[in-house]
Design a protein around this ligand. Structure first.
Ligand SMILES: [Fe+2]
Length: 211
């Protein structure tokens, strides 16, 4: 897989360029995801920290767009979607942001960065460490105040600080995140994406194997 190298200067310029794609509030969130992804990258993927920063900066670039615009992107980029996706329009943004990032930011994206964006909302069974970091950073970044986010952030960092084995603890944290997401969707009567279930099962299985 071809990987691009991103200098700190490039990350700084990307940080400015994405601003126009985001609401002010989402820009603050995006910068916090960038920091969190870099922190997690330092622990789990030290040679891809700037790539993780780029994925984080680009992960929500279509989130403010409405359903009509999302469907327009789908036609434009040949994104295949399920009719049931329309009942969960939030899920579009990961697919459309991945495609838009590749088109509008070619000098800042490679396959790994694009797939980090693509899978940041639902996860997927075979998700890589890179994808998992973007996903988790989005969940636990420090400006998030939603109780589940606070709980998961504490769970993760408390475990790390108390000396838990980092890889096993990361997997446990992933299981917990999917459990909370799924419970929340059930509580709200919303559909659960099959990739989310598959991701949860995969990490659960791996957690059991190392217990
Ligand atoms: Fe996000």
């Amino acid at each position: 897989m071809e990987r691009i190298e991103l200098s700190d200067e490039m990350i700084s310029s990307l940080r400015e360029r994405v601003r126009e794609y985001l609401t002010p509030q989402r820009y603050v969130h995006t910068l916090a995801v960038e920091e969190e992804a870099a922190r997690l990258g330092g622990m789990y993927l030290p040679d891809r920290i700037n790539a993780l920063r780029a994925a984080a900066l680009l992960h929500d670039i279509t989130k403010r767009d409405d359903l009509e615009k999302q469907l327009q992107y789908c036609r434009e980029f040949g994104i295949i979607y399920d009719v049931s996706d329309k009942s969960a329009p939030k899920l579009f943004h990961a697919k459309t942001a991945a495609a838009l990032a590749r088109r509008d930011f070619p000098e800042f994206t490679d396959d790994e960065i694009v797939s980090g964006i693509r899978w940041h909302t639902t996860g997927r069974a075979e998700m890589t460490t890179f994808e998992s970091i973007v996903y988790l950073a989005d969940y636990i970044e420090e400006t998030r105040e939603f109780p589940d986010c606070v709980k998961l952030r504490r769970f993760f960092y408390d475990g790390i600080e108390s000396g838990k084995e980092p890889t096993a603890h990361f997997k446990k944290t992933m299981v917990k995140s999917f459990d909370m997401t799924i419970l929340d969707l059930v509580k709200d009567g919303r559909p659960i994406d099959r990739d989310t279930i598959a991701a949860r099962n995969r990490f659960l299985l791996e957690t059991k194997e190392t217990d």
